[in-house]
Design a protein around this ligand. Structure first.
Ligand code: ATP
Ligand code: MG
Length: 579
């Protein structure tokens, strides 16, 4: 498959913050110099995100511009955020919580969630966000693994998902309920915040003190709790600037929920550290609502995900054509491979391409990216950010061999960047297995081309071996969604006596198309033409939706387990699943 390279103009190149000169000279000391450090010593993410801007005279600038589901809006300046988060930190102290204690948050995207996150960090405590739509069991399991001492949630979530088992966790000392009233045994956040001071001396955390615990998406199995330290803010500062073009005053919208690592690292910390104005929308995805926000809020930088982009494509270009996107200057995507068709579609609809970037909960920040100055090869994740050394390797026990350009191998990162996870909670062995010979091994397969661009192939578990070919699901899925009827696709390998494995595809259709034998043949025909007979799917099954994690990632392992009649494994993060 060949897609035309999207060349950047000279103007785009010269205005880009990450010029080749910056890239060539970069050292981590440069990134550290983007930060101030706590007066009196130490490093605290919340200070870098808020109070230092106030100290430098930027308190009146807008930090948060929030839109509620019910039409309400709320705006918070950096000064407002400084006092609200100070109150929250005082509340922690008043309730006997100590630095290092863990606070979990389970709430929809309301301002109090953001205040709680940063207030927790000011108190020197560890913040762990959970996605609000999780059911009772996934919440309970994570609270148990994380040994939560405090919890912030809403009355509705508390009653439906927490009240029944709360008593089993006596170490959970404090449950704060957003709003003015609280069920028995809980504390209402509104009045409690009003009763404490808005001045607080930020706890002098050190760079290696834990700050965040993020649970992975559970796409490939049981979710892991990745521990991140305050020093990660060095990466948040640099990656925000270089991969997302975040500069002071810019209007930025990250659509990820803070329940996932993207929504915290690049939906709270990185934007505030880079002093932008964050747009937050409480509501769920809806193409028209999203286009209105982009237009009316004059969003300049937009960070979103492939599943949302595919839903916009499904809604059609004519819906987008009714809006004005002239304020937009940079668009990025993360979370899953971004199909080349989506990159090209974005370029047509918004007048600029989506810039795909790759990272994981474990890496704590963006690692590989298409930056503003780079030409875009649709379908490629881009190149490592400055300071990041990425490799394609093959692991053999404790040894690691580097692969040649063009060869498929495991995507690995040279250890030592600031936002690397420091542990998987209670899973020392699983953590240790991620490292060999100075490399962190990601579990993803990729290829590097001669120009140094990285191309995602698939998860190591999802690779298909058919008649001597190594087949990455991403390539096949991207070919399938080029068919006008196909909105989304997932492919897996099934055991086959002669070929070893054969490819089976599942597709969800665009509006206006119905499953039929003829359509199945037609889709297979297109795939055969694009990919060749040995790579194209042998069978295409129609589904209303594909099974996905709540963070929007296709769960291929579940399709495969069902097909083979095997146990489904951990499905605590499974969201949509209609056959
Ligand atoms: P688990 O580790 O529990 O199976 P997960 O890997 O999906 O879940 P996350 O850390 O949220 O959990 O997701 C990181 C993964 O998402 C990456 O390892 C990769 O497989 C995928 N991913 C993220 N961004 C991209 C991208 N730009 N292109 C391709 N894949 C991506
Ligand atoms: Mg993972």
């Amino acid at each position: 498959m060949t897609w035309e390279v999207i060349r950047k103009t000279a103007a785009e190149r010269s205005s880009a913050t990450l010029t080749e000169a910056v890239r060539a000279q970069f050292t981590w000391a440069d990134a550290e110099s983007m930060l101030d450090g706590l007066p009196g010593g130490g490093l605290n993410i919340a200070y870098e995100a808020i109070d230092r801007h106030v100290a430098a005279g930027h308190g009146a600038e807008e930090a948060i511009c929030w839109f509620g589901k019910d039409g309400r809006t709320r705006r918070l300046s950096y000064a407002d955020l400084a006092s609200e988060t100070a109150r929250f930190a005082n509340l922690m102290v008043a309730n006997g919580l100590r630095p290092g204690d863990r606070l979990f948050a389970i709430a929809e995207r309301v301002p109090d969630l953001y205040i709680a996150a940063l207030g927790t960090l000011k108190a020197g405590m560890v913040f762990s966000p959970l996605f609000w739509a999780f059911g009772p069991d996934p919440i309970r399991m994570r609270i148990e693994i994380g040994e939560a001492k405090a919890l912030v949630t809403t009355a509705a979530i508390y009653r439906r998902k927490i009240a029944a088992w709360r008593e089993e966790f006596p170490s959970l000392k404090l449950v704060l309920i957003i709003g003015d009233e609280a069920p028995e045994g809980c504390v209402a956040l509104g009045p409690a915040m009003a009763g404490v001071s808005d001045q607080f001396d930020i706890v002098q955390t050190r760079p290696e003190d834990p700050a965040l615990i993020h649970f992975t998406s559970g796409t490939t199995g049981r979710p892991k709790g990745a521990v991140h330290v305050h020093k990660a803010v060095v990466m948040h500062a640099a990656a925000g600037r270089y991969a997302l073009e975040l500069v002071p005053g810019r209007r930025y919208w990250c659509t990820a929920d803070p329940g996932w690592v993207t929504g915290t690292s690049f939906g709270i910390i990185s934007p505030l550290v880079n002093r932008v104005c964050m747009i937050i929308d409480e509501a769920d995805f809806d193409p028209e609502r999203w286009y209105s926000i982009l237009q009316d809020q004059k969003v300049e930088v937009w960070y979103t995900a492939p599943t949302a982009i595919r839903m916009m494509m499904r809604a059609g270009k004519d819906v987008a054509a009714r809006y004005d996107f002239s304020a937009l200057r940079f668009m990025a995507s993360v979370g899953e491979p971004l199909n080349p068709e989506a990159v090209v579609w974005g370029n047509e609809v918004f007048g600029r391409p989506f810039h795909d970037n790759w990272w994981q909960t474990e890496t704590g920040g963006i690692m590989i990216a298409n930056t503003a100055a780079m030409d875009i090869h649709p379908g490629s994740m881009g190149k490592p950010l400055p300071g990041i050394e990425a490799g394609i390797v093959e692991r053999d026990g404790d040894e690691v061999r580097e692969c040649a350009p063009g060869e498929i191998g495991e995507l690995a990162l040279r250890q030592g960047w600031p936002s690397m996870m420091r542990a998987y909670l209670h899973e020392e062995a699983r953590y240790k297995k991620c490292f060999a010979s100075g490399w962190y091994l990601s579990g993803d397969l990729a290829v590097r081309d001669a120009e140094g661009y990285f191309w995602f192939v698939g998860r190591a578990d999802d690779l298909i071996k058919s008649s001597g070919h190594l087949i990455g699901p991403f390539e096949v899925e991207s070919a399938l969604i080029e068919h006008p009827a196909v909105a989304e696709a997932a492919v897996i390998g099934l055991p086959d006596e002669t070929a070893g494995e054969v490819v089976k595809a599942y597709v969800a259709l665009n509006p206006g198309y119905e499953p039929s034998e003829e359509l199945e043949r037609d889709i297979r025909g297109l795939a055969r033409k694009k990919l060749g007979p040995s790579v194209a799917p042998r069978e295409v099954a129609f589904r209303k939706t594909l099974p996905k994690t709540r963070s929007g990632k296709i769960m291929r392992r579940l399709l495969k387990a069902r097909e083979l009649g095997l146990p489904e494994g951990d499905i605590s993060t499974l969201e949509s699943d209609e056959t």
